[in-house]
Structures are given as C-alpha cells and as structure tokens.
Ligand binder design. Structure first.
Ligand SMILES: Cc1cc2nc3c(=O)[nH]c(=O)nc-3n(C[C@H](O)[C@H](O)[C@H](O)COP(=O)(O)OP(=O)(O)OC[C@H]3O[C@@H](n4cnc5c(N)ncnc54)[C@H](O)[C@@H]3O)c2cc1C
Length: 468
C-alpha cells in the first residue's frame, strides 16, 4: 500500500483494499478500539493468519493520536540514540514519511488517519467504524460475544480471542476483569484539550525564546543559533512565565499552570498547544467527560486570545482546529499477570517475556489539574540510566483470571507511575503488535493467551522486525 499526499492534497492513491465491510459476525480475533494499539493489533493478527475484525467508535482510526490531536510520537530511542521500537511502528512512520506527513517525530494528523486506515485495510483486517462495543459475554461454546450499538442498531460479533484496545479496558471489565485507576489519591492524570494554532511567525516566536532563556523551560537556545534553520524543524516551546503571570493578573488568562507548552507541526507556521488541564476527571464517566470538554474549550479560547495578545510571533495566529475528543491520559489499568511499575523504569528492568523496549521516563500529570508549574522538577523524573532501557513484559497484557482476552495500549497492567512511562504512542503500538501476534499464536497452539510460550512469541516478533 502506498499513499501519496502533498502538504494539502491527496495526489495519488493506489491499491486500496475494498474488503471493508463486516459481512460476517464470526471472527478468530476481534479488536475493540482503533487507536495506535488497536491498529497494530489488527495488522499483526491478520498478518499472522487470523480472520480479524477491528471495531472503532469514531469514524476514523488513531484514537488519541487523531481524535485528541496528540503529537508528537514521544521518543522511542535510548538516550544515546539506540532505537528501541520498530516493527509496525516503523512501518507507520515510513508510510507517513513517504506521504509527506512526518517531520522528525511530529506527524500530520490527517495523513495519519489515512495511513492507519489504508494500512489496516491493506493488511486484510475487516473494519467497522461508528460502532461502540457495549459489552462482552461468553456463549455456551466458550466463544466470546461482543455486543455493539451503532446506527445499525444492536449487533453481536463472535470471536475466539478478544484484544481490548479501548484505552479504558471497557471490554475486559465487562467480562469481569479487575482494574485500578489513579494514584494514591485515586485521581487519574488530568485531561487536556489539545488544539492547533496556525499563522504563527515561528522565527519571531523563537527570537523571544532565544533572548529570554529565563522565561522558558525549553528550548534554551544559543545566542548564535540560526533561527531560520531551526524553524524548518520541529520546534517545541514551554514557558513564557512572566507573560502568563501578567495576563492572569489582568484577568486575561484562564488556564491553570505557570506556562504554555506548544509543539511544532510538520507544516511551518502551525503548532499544537498542550496547555489546558482539567482535573478530577474520570474518563469513563460521561458527566466528567462533559465537564472536561466544556472546561477544556473555555481554557483553550483563553489561551488563544492570550497568545494573540501577548506572545511575540502569534499576533496573527488563529485557532485552526480543536481536538474532537478531550485528551484522556489515563483511566482504568487492568490488573494483569504482572504490574509494570515506576521502579521497573528507574532500574531499567529486563524480562524474559519482554515484548517492548522503552526509555521514556515516568511522566505523570497531577490529577488535580494544576497544569505545568514553573518549579516542576522535570530532571527528577524516574528514567533508566544513560543509553539504557527497560522492557515491558508480555504478562502486563494478560488480565488476571479472564481467559481468551488480551489488553494492549494505555490500559495494560501497571501502577500509575509505570503507566506514566509506557502510555506513549510508540509503546502502545508495540504492545498492540505483540497482542495481535500472541492472539494468533495462542489459537495456533490451542492454548490460552497466558500460556503462550514467550520464547516463541519473542521470536515471532523479532522475525517481524520488532526490537525485543
Ligand atoms: C493530552 C495527551 C498528551 C499526550 N502526549 C503524548 C505525546 O506527546 N507523545 C506520545 O507518544 N504520547 C502522548 N500521549 C499518550 C498517548 O497519546 C496515548 O496513551 C496513546 O495514544 C494511547 O493509545 P491506545 O491505542 O492505547 O488508546 P487510545 O488512543 O485511547 O485508543 C482507544 C480507541 O478505542 C476507541 N474506543 C474506546 N472505547 C470504545 C468502545 N467501547 N467501543 C469501540 N471503540 C472504543 C476510541 O475511540 C479510540 O479510538 C498523550 C496523551 C494525552 C491524552
């Protein structure tokens, strides 16, 4: 499959696969949730020979990466540059790049939607969009029955293996899986409504950043840096302490925190703001989600007005797009056969059943919604030592006591600190790929997912290009 896209226009698209529609209601593998984890799981399962259905509630794939406008792909290398995640994640990156939708680790959201769609369909998976998985049960043969609701009404789909990639573990919990959420205070990480701003004079913005190093957490720019060259790459800025404080005192800034944080986009002049924070949100509660959307949107407009009035380079900026869904960092974390923790990150633990390597630190946003504070000690985040990495064990994907089901993505078994490290998109994609391959192996060997031989699983993943 190749998707050729210019900066604005689809130029040419060939070999699109038309096997889209859910003609049947019985599959070997069903995946609920088409985020990064679900897309990778679907591709891996179908490439491993399983008849596979991917069910997604929205009208497009990508989950947080598209619906919540999350960007960029957080680092998937060790501090010395050693790549840690490859496999399907690399394929997605390559396809994005060929389509003109990637600049370093930043991607074009629209192009990612199309790339994921065509990669999933190109793999031969069956796709059902606009369909919400409402509950799961077992029939008399032990097969898993997924109930859905959509414009087509209520339907049921049967499978032998279910991979829960809903981010919220909706499916596993419906089957009785136990879970945890939040940290010691029980509050999950704050929600963030992301939004894109266009019309930014990046060089002018960077001039302020270079000349006021005490006003930014990053980047700290050398006085002789070539700002034009810098502006052609990915520019992320966190700071503007005094301007934020001044605007707040003048009643012109309504978002929490001491700073604004924006991330460059592949297209020069566009940035994504990751600045709003709404606290005390349970992303599995519709009332809370409503509050997160409403408060997030109010904060967003205050940040846009602030940027236009106070930030050099943003004088002619405009709100280009807000996320279709408020960004939910964390909800349920399934209790699995192993609970990944912050100490696994700090001690760079390796596991015999490892299915993913990573070096991203523990990154937990306060659940109360205070936003980014000036004195936050970023350097103190738990992380593996220089050049080192930790591994995610396969057992995190196996919910305790629930047969036939695997979990992948941000709801795998972990403590809140462990989750804070492994929730990033490269890891979710790698976990999805591992879950898809493991589901197929468990069917081929006639065993439950928890009994899959980790040596065989890791060999299969390696053969596909995964780094394990
Ligand atoms: C504000 C914010 C900033 C972040 N920043 C970064 C960053 O800079 N870099 C990075 O790498 N990561 C970042 N992350 C983390 C990362 O985006 C997510 O953890 C990751 O994308 C989760 O992928 P996933 O596939 O596990 O879940 P999701 O992306 O949540 O996908 C779940 C999918 O399941 C669907 N779904 C849910 N329930 C159902 C149901 N019952 N039936 C059918 N479909 C359902 C959803 O619509 C969605 O498409 C950030 C997250 C947030 C919220």
């Amino acid at each position: 499959m190749r998707v050729y896209i210019g900066p604005h226009f689809l130029l040419l698209a060939t070999d699109f696969n038309d096997t889209i529609y859910c003609m049947a209601n019985t599959y070997e593998v069903i995946i609920g949730g088409g985020g990064m984890a679900g897309c990778a799981a679907a591709m891996a399962a179908v490439r491993s020979g399983c008849r596979t259905l991917l069910i997604e509630q929205f009208g497009y794939l990508g989950g947080c990466a598209t619906a919540a406008l999350v960007n960029p792909f957080m680092t998937h290398c060790a501090s010395d540059g050693t790549p840690l995640v490859a496999g399907i994640f690399d394929e997605i990156n390559r396809t994005l790049d060929e389509a003109g939708g990637l600049l370093s680790n930043c991607f074009d959201t629209e192009i990612l939607m199309l790339v994921l769609q065509e990669m999933v369909l190109g793999s031969g998976a069956v796709l059902r969009l606009h369909t919400f998985c409402d509950g799961v049960s077992r029939d008399d043969n032990g097969d898993i029955v997924v109930r859905t609701v959509s414009k087509s009404g209520e339907e049921t789909f049967r499978c032998r293996r279910l991979i829960d990639c809903t981010g919220d573990a909706d499916l596993a919990v419906s089957l009785g899986a136990e879970f945890e959420s939040g940290g010691e205070d029980g509050i999950p990480q704050a929600a963030t409504l992301m939004f894109d701003v266009g019309g930014v004079d990046i060089v002018r913005a960077l001039t302020y950043v270079r000349d006021n190093p005490d006003q930014v957490r990053f980047p700290k720019l050398a006085s002789d840096v070539d700002l034009n060259e810098l502006a052609d790459g990915v520019v992320s800025v966190a700071g503007y302490y005094d301007l934020v404080a001044r605007a707040r005192n003048a009643g012109e800034y309504d978002a929490p925190g001491d700073l604004v944080f924006y991330i460059g986009r592949p297209r020069r002049g566009e940035v994504t703001f990751n600045t709003t924070h709404v606290g005390n949100i349970d992303g599995t509660n519709a009332d809370d989600l409503t509050r997160a959307e409403v408060d997030g949107r109010r904060q967003m407009i205050s940040v846009v007005r602030f940027a236009r009035k106070y930030l050099p380079g943003f004088e002619n900026a405009y709100l280009a797009r807000s996320a279709a869904h408020v960004g939910i960092r964390e909800t349920r974390r399934i209790i699995g056969e192993y609970k990944f923790s912050g100490s696994d990150v700090a001690f760079a633990r390796k596991f015999d059943d490892a299915i993913c390597r990573l070096a991203y630190p523990v990154d937990v946003h306060s659940g109360k919604g205070e936003g980014y504070t000036k004195d936050e000690e970023v350097a103190g985040m738990q992380a593996p030592g220089p050049g080192d990495w930790y591994e995610i064990p396969y057992r995190c994907l196996i919910p305790k006591g629930i047969d036939g089901v695997l979990i992948a993505g941000r709801c795998v078994s972990s403590t809140q600190a462990g989750h804070g490290a492994i929730r990033i998109m490269p890891a979710c994609t790698a976990m999805g790929e591992a879950a898809g391959v493991a589901a197929a192996l468990s069917l081929a060997r006639g065993c439950s997912p928890g009994q899959v031989d980790p040596v065989e699983l890791r060999a299969a993943l390696r053969q596909r290009g995964a780094l394990v």
